[in-house]
Design a protein around this ligand. Sequence first.
Ligand code: URA
Length: 444
Amino acid sequence: MRVADLIEKKRNGGELSRKEINYLIAGYTAGTVPDYQLAAFAMAVYFRGMSARETLALTLAMANSGDMVSLSGIPGTVVDKHSTGGVGDSTTLVLAPLVASAGVPVAKMSGRGLGHTGGTLDKLEAIPGFQGGLSVDEMIRSLQRTGVAVVGQTERLVPADRKLYALRDLTATVESLPLIAASIMSKKLAAGADALVLDVKTGDGAFMKEPAAAFTLAEAMVEIGCGAGRETVAVLTSMEQPLGRAVGNALEIEEAIATLKGRGPADLTELCLLLGGWMLFLAGRVSQPEEGRSILQERITGGAAADKFKEMIREQRGDPAVVDHPDLLPQAAATVPVEAAEKGYVHRLRAEPVGRAAMILGAGREAAGAAIDFAAGVTLQKKVGDPVEPGETLAMLHLNCSPESGEAMEAGRLLRGAYEIGSSPVKKPPLILGHVDRAGRHHI
Ligand code: URA
């Protein structure tokens, strides 16, 4: 087999076999196929796309490029949840303990934040002492003891994706649907869960700006998951405005705790109950997702969900006292209000600049590996549909830098620009757009 022939075949719109794709990915991982050939291949895929068969073969080849975690020792159906990334998205922080409190094991490998979106691992590490960097054996022991583990992806998982993603980033080939689907799903398959609920976000703060593209990505990922023998459902949700009211690591932990105790923002609570209902359904715990939702609601009201979060934190060496005393979380030195200039209604609150404002204050990182400030971020007092009066607080900056610093000024400017105030009342926009299961698309 010659790599140049495989590139040519894809360039001309042909379909590669599983053997050919395995050859390319195994060679690339081992370093015998150079970057320039994989870059040419990625560009050919960008223009020609891939069939469902090719996308599944690529995903499996990538998943098999490193360790494949086996969770066969954990009784029951282990579920995982993945979000394609958003602003203020603290659903995993709520869902992992919530679903585990209903007796369904949850194993999740999470990433760190980059750019305007945050990462679950950074958020959890805002809890004093919390260790996200567990080995696979430690993760399995945590799962056996508490039914839940949220850990960082180990170095030995999916090395092909790490290499290929960095290459795509430098060769303008990130925005290719089969490459995105294979990248996400290879990590999920290697992480070992039996079933998977995907939260595919669309809108200003999301990877997929348009719902139609998000539905197509969701279909591709569900097809891969089911094709690989893992029951998979994708829920399509709006990321036009940030989810919940908190954007920032410790701030989102505090919001997740409130949600686990039944006092969270309505949109975050709604999304967690919906995704959690699907997780219970895929685990075979209930016969309808709606039934799962009522079980989870009861776990929140009865206190089991918050207790499970304490257990999960203690197991991962964090201080569980934060659940009853959120003031033990890192606190910013100052808060600065961003005020409305005019009377009206919030017509729009763009997620991307809100995420950028939080990042500039130190809550996120522009480059991989940079340090972050756990206490920094933004809280949103007003969201789409809310009435505002001149001088009323729209949002609050939480900062450790000086309120007169360039960073604070820039964050304030971004936040003011994120809000669009109009004179007429507007309805709250829908959060849930539909779902995709093995039977196909279901729009709401
Ligand atoms: N997230 C991933 O993990 N991979 C992609 O290609 C895009 C988003």
